[in-house]
Ligand binder design. Structure first.
Ligand code: PEP
Ligand code: MG
Length: 589
C-alpha cells in the first residue's frame, strides 16, 4: 500500500530508492557495498563474529557462580538460541549475499526488521524480547569492530568497497541523525535522507544540504511507517515522502529527476562566469565547508574563497580526545593550500547547542543533559572556558596563515569582554609563536553577528574586529526564540519576520558605512529566494554551500541593485513574506 508522510524539505530535489532503516544509535555503523569477489570473505567475517559471541556467552554461562539467579542462565540460553537461529544469522547472510551490504550494515538492517516484528506482537513478554535481540546484535557489532583491521591496506580495501556502488539507489530513514553522523555519510551510498525529527535549520539539515542530496526532516512517523527495503520517493522540494509509490507516481518523479539533472548541468556552466549584477556591481560568492576535503567542491563550484569553515566538525565524536595543534594545523593548511591564494575564513570551534562534542542528537541533549543547550555554553563561550584548547586552535590557525590568506571568525560574540579576551589570547599566541620561531601571516579577525545584542551594538564590536559575518541561522533562532533544531516550532522559524530583516539590514548598513567587510554565511545566503532582498540591503558578499553557488549566481546576474536599493524602506515596513516579495518583485520589473 502506498502512503505519504509529510515533513520539511531541507534539501531540494527528488530521490528514489530503497529504504535503509537505521536506528539512531546505529547510524555510526559502517555502510558500504562489498564487491562480488569479497562476498564470501564478508560472510566469513559475520560467521567468525557469531562464533566469537557464542564462545563468549558459553564461557560466561560456564563461569556463573552456583548462587547466581536462575534467570541469568536462562537469559544466556535465550541469547545463545537467538545466535543460532536462522531469523538472525541466515537472514543477515542474505543481506550480504543478495544486496552486497557489509556485515555491520547487514546486521543492523536485519535488527530493524526483527525489532519491527517484536514491536507489533500483542504479547508483552514476547515484545520485551526485542531487548535480547538488540543485546546480541550489539555484541556481534562489537566483535566485528574488534576484528576490523585498521592497517592502511584494510582501510584502502574499505575505501575501494565504498566506491563500489550497488545496483539500486538507497535512501536512509532514521528517527534522528546527529550532525557529526550526518557528516559521516558525505562519502556514503545514500542518495537521500529522511528523519522523524529535526528543524530545517538544524545542523543535521545543514550538513544534508551541503551533501546536495534530497532530504526531508521532521517527518514524525517516517521511521515507524517505512519498512526496511520499501521503495520510497523523497520530494525534497515539497517535504513529502511517498512510501511504495504507484507506478504512475514513480514515473512522474523519475521525469522530475531528469529535469533536475538537466537544470543542474545548465547551471554548472555558470561556474566560471563572474558574479556581477546587471548594473555592474560585483558580488563575492564564497563557500561554507565542514571538512578540509570540501575545499575541492568549493573551487569546482566557482567559489572565490571560503567564507565559513565550520571547524567544530573536526572536534566531534572523538570520545573526549580533541584534535591537537598539529592535527588542526594540518587540516587548516590543507584547506589554505587547496584554495591556492584565495581567502579562507576559519571559524573557531562552535561546539554546543545542537553540535555536542559526542554523538548526541539535539533531542537527546535537550532531554537528558542540558536544559537549554542553545542558550548555554557554546561557541566562543565554550572556547573561553577552555583557554588551553582555545590557544591551541588559534596557534594552529595562525601557523596555517603562513601558507595563504587566512581570516579568523569568532562565533556567537555577544559581550565586549569576549572580544577583548579573544584578542588577548591571540596576542599571547603570537608571542608564543615568535618565541618558538614559527612563521605566521597577517590575519584579520572577524565576529559572527548571530545574537541580537551583537547586531544591535555592531558599532561596539567593530571597535575590536576587522570584519563581520552574519549568521542568520542563529540570529533568527535568538530573535524569535525558536530552537532551530526543534521541529515542533519550526513553522515559527521565519526568516522574513520584520524584526529579523531589520537587524540584518542594520548590520549590513552599519558595516558598509564603516567601510568594513560584511557577509552573510547563514542559510539565507544560499537560498535564491533571499538574493534580491540581501542585495537590496547592500550585501555584496554571500557565503553558502558550494552546491548553492550556481543558483544564487543566476539570480545575481539578473538583478539590478539600483531598483532594489530604492525599495528597501518599503521592504522594512512590510509585515510578512508575501508583502516583502511583492515590493521586491515590483522593483525588479
Ligand atoms: C549561522 O548561525 O547562521 C551560522 C552560519 O552558523 P551555524 O549554522 O554553524 O550555527
Ligand atoms: Mg551560528
Amino acid at each position: 500500500m502506498s502512503i505519504q508522510v509529510f515533513g520539511m524539505g531541507v534539501s531540494r530535489g527528488v530521490a528514489i530508492g530503497r529504504a535503509v532503516l537505521v536506528a539512531s544509535s546505529r547510524v555510526d555503523v559502517d555502510h558500504y557495498f562489498v564487491p562480488a569477489e569479497r562476498i564470501e570473505a564478508e560472510v566469513e567475517r559475520l560467521r567468525a563474529a557469531r562464533n566469537e559471541v557464542v564462545a563468549e556467552l558459553a564461557a560466561l554461562q560456564a563461569d556463573l557462580p552456583a548462587e547466581a539467579p536462575a534467570e541469568l542462565s536462562a537469559l544466556l540460553d535465550v541469547h545463545l538460541m537467538l545466535l543460532r537461529d536462522d531469523t538472525l544469522s541466515a537472514a543477515t547472510r542474505q543481506w550480504i549475499v543478495e544486496r552486497h551490504y557489509n556485515a555491520e550494515w547487514a546486521l543492523s538492517a536485519q535488527l530493524e526488521v526483527l525489532a519491527r516484528q517484536f514491536d507489533e506482537m500483542d504479547d508483552e513478554y514476547l515484545r520485551e524480547r526485542k531487548a535480547d535481540i538488540e543485546q546480541v546484535v550489539e555484541r556481534m557489532l562489537r566483535s566485528l569492530a574488534r576484528a576490523a583491521g585498521n592497517s592502511p591496506a584494510d582501510l584502502e580495501q574499505k575505501a575501494l568497497a565504498k566506491d563500489f556502488g550497488g545496483e539500486e539507489p538507497l535512501v536512509l530513514v532514521a528517527n534522528d541523525v546527529a550532525p557529526a553522523d550526518m557528516l559521516q555519510f558525505k562519502r556514503s551510498v545514500f542518495t537521500g535522507f529522511v528523519t522523524d525529527v529535526g528543524g530545517a535549520h538544524s545542523h543535521t539539515a545543514i550538513v544534508a544540504r551541503s551533501m546536495d542530496v534530497p532530504a526531508v526532516v521532521g517527518a514524525r512517523e517516517a521511521s515507524r511507517l517505512v519498512r526496511q527495503d520499501d521503495w520510497i520517493v523523497i520530494d525534497g522540494d515539497a517535504g513529502v515522502v511517498i512510501v511504495n509509490p504507484p507506478q504512475i507516481v514513480l514515473e512522474e518523479y523519475r521525469f522530475r529527476q531528469r529535469q533536475n539533472e538537466l537544470e543542474r548541468a545548465r547551471l554548472h556552466r555558470l561556474r566560471k562566469t563572474p558574479a556581477v549584477t546587471l548594473d555592474g556591481q560585483p558580488v563575492q560568492l564564497l563557500a561554507n565547508i565542514e571538512l578540509p576535503g570540501d575545499a575541492a567542491a568549493a573551487l569546482e563550484a566557482g567559489a572565490v574563497g571560503i567564507g565559513l569553515f565550520r571547524t567544530e566538525f573536526l572536534f566531534m565524536n572523538r570520545g573526549g580526545d580533541l584534535p591537537g595543534e598539529e592535527e588542526q594545523f594540518q587540516a587548516y593548511r590543507e584547506v589554505v593550500q587547496a584554495m591556492k591564494g584565495l581567502p579562507v575564513t576559519i571559524r573557531t570551534v562552535d561546539i554546543g547547542a545542537d553540535k555536542p562534542l559526542d554523538r548526541l542528537s539535539a533531542a537527546e541533549l535537550r532531554h537528558e543533559h542540558v536544559l537549554n543547550p542553545a542558550l548555554g555554553l557554546r561557541a566562543i563561550r565554550w572556547s573561553l572556558s577552555e583557554p588551553g584548547m582555545f590557544r591551541q586552535q588559534l596557534r594552529a590557525i595562525l601557523r596555517a596563515s603562513a601558507f595563504g590568506k587566512v581570516r579568523i571568525l569568532i562565533p556567537m560574540v555577544t559581550h565586549a569582554s569576549e572580544a577583548r579576551l579573544t584578542l588577548e589570547a591571540l596576542a599571547r599566541v603570537r608571542t608564543q609563536l615568535d618565541d618558538a620561531g614559527k612563521a605566521y601571516g597577517r590575519v584579520e579577525v572577524g565576529a559572527m553577528i548571530e545574537v541580537p545584542a551583537a547586531a544591535l551594538r555592531i558599532e561596539s564590536l567593530l571597535r575590536y574586529f576587522d570584519f563581520v559575518s552574519i549568521g542568520t541561522n542563529d540570529l533568527i533562532q535568538y530573535v524569535l526564540a525558536i530552537d532551530r533544531a526543534d521541529e515542533t516550532v519550526s513553522h515559527l522559524y521565519d526568516p522574513w519576520h520584520p524584526a529579523v530583516l531589520q537587524l540584518i539590514a542594520h548590520s549590513i548598513a552599519y558595516a558598509n558605512r564603516a567601510g568594513r567587510d560584511v557577509s552573510v554565511c547563514g542559510e539565507m545566503a544560499g537560498d535564491p529566494e533571499f538574493t534580491d532582498l540581501l542585495l537590496a540591503m547592500g550585501l555584496r558578499s554571500f557565503s553558502m554551500h558550494p552546491s548553492r553557488i550556481a543558483q544564487v549566481k543566476q539570480r545575481i546576474l539578473r538583478a539590478d541593485t539600483r531598483g532594489l536599493a530604492d525599495c528597501l524602506p518599503r521592504v522594512l515596513e512590510a509585515d510578512d513574506c508575501a508583502s516583502v516579495s511583492r515590493v521586491l518583485m515590483n522593483a525588479s520589473s
